[in-house]
Design a binder for this molecule. Structure first.
Ligand code: COI
Length: 327
């Protein structure tokens, strides 16, 4: 079998890709360039292609299909950047990966703590030698009621780890998990909005979740609520969030992901003028943390992402049960 990797980072992913392909006897090639209509022909004659968060739209999928590519693996959990229905209509199989949920769960809890303790503001002020206390009083996470929306692998891990802080935990999901019930009480979304001091999103970027957090849901939340998003930007209506920040409804927002981040993350754009108003406005609030979709980024997760992408492609070729296939 032959696999081509796009956007493969030489400084962290390459070694895992070479190792797993060699171990499994796979012929491979790669580029660190993002896939585009200009370079997609590099994958001509390969059975499988792996990408990461790069938009896969009909024209590029058509070209891959014409070039004989049968399988497409994203080295991410989310696959909202792929037109999966279109790929399927071409007979192309699509896979995603699983990786250590601790990576995102740890980062989420770090953001909660930073939000509770106004950490970005404290650090900004310390940089200009303002070591005063006024305006920097924090709240103790242990005193908070925390709502976890979505209790898949990441949400469940967040719940388990948070239980150590002694906070009251509420959870919502359409499918309830027995392990979560040891630490948290499942309830409806209305109760989460009404009772929680901190709300953390852990649901996938599916169409039905688009803008699930909007002006109507903000209206139901506590004044000064802390909102955490390490899942997908599209879950929150950004304009409504900006209004909720301006009115003081949101006390702090910690956003590892925002709408319209494609084309920014993971590129060095330091000398570019960026046409992304939302990011500029959000970053300007002293009570907002905007990080560049880094929650996943640990050595262990990177290894899992690369290896499981290759395993998913191999399982497509072998047929039979494939735990990574997106149906
Ligand atoms: C995912 O795996 O779905 C993520 O959110 C991380 C990815 C953007 C690299």
């Amino acid at each position: 079998m032959k696999i081509f990797a796009f956007a493969l980072r030489e400084f962290d992913e390459e070694k895992y890709f070479i190792n797993i392909c060699s171990q499994l006897g796979i012929e491979y090639a790669y580029t660190n360039a993002y896939p585009s209509m200009d370079n997609i022909d590099l994958a001509k004659g390969y059975d499988g292609v792996t990408i990461i968060t790069n938009p896969m739209y009909p024209a590029i999928l058509d070209r891959m299909h014409e070039n004989g590519v049968k399988y497409l693996a994203t080295r991410s959990v989310g696959y909202d950047h792929i037109d999966v229905n279109y790929a399927h209509s071409l007979g192309m199989k699509v896979t995603n990966v699983s990786y250590s949920p601790e990576s995102v769960a740890n980062y989420t809890i770090m953001m909660m703590l930073m939000a509770c303790r106004k950490m970005t503001y404290i650090m900004d002020k310390a940089k200009v030698q303002d070591f005063s206390l006024k305006g920097k009083t924090g709240k103790e996470i242990s005193d908070c009621t925390i709502g976890i929306i979505g209790t898949g692998r990441i949400g469940r891990t967040v719940v388990r780890h948070l239980s150590g802080f002694g906070c009251r935990l509420l959870a919502y999901d359409i499918v309830e998990s027995e392990s979560v019930k040891q630490y948290a009480q499942y309830t409806d979304l209305e109760t989460i909005y009404r009772e929680c001091d901190i709300i953390s999103l852990h649901v996938p970027g599916l169409e039905e979740n688009y803008h699930m957090i909007n002006k109507d849901t903000f209206a139901k939340m506590k004044d000064g609520v802390i909102l955490i998003n390490a899942a997908r930007g599209m879950l929150i209506n950004t304009n409504d969030m900006i209004e909720a920040l301006e009115s003081g409804k949101i006390g702090y927002a910690a956003l590892d992901t925002i709408e319209n981040e494609a084309g920014l993350y993971y590129l060095n754009r330091e000398t570019d003028i960026l046409a992304n108003h939302d990011r500029a406005i959000l970053s300007a609030f002293p009570n907002v943390l905007v990080s560049p979709h880094m929650a996943f980024y640990t050595e262990r997760s990177v290894q899992d992402m690369v290896e499981n992408a290759v395993r998913g492609l191999v399982a497509c070729e072998q047929g039979g049960e494939n735990p990574f296939e997106v149906r």
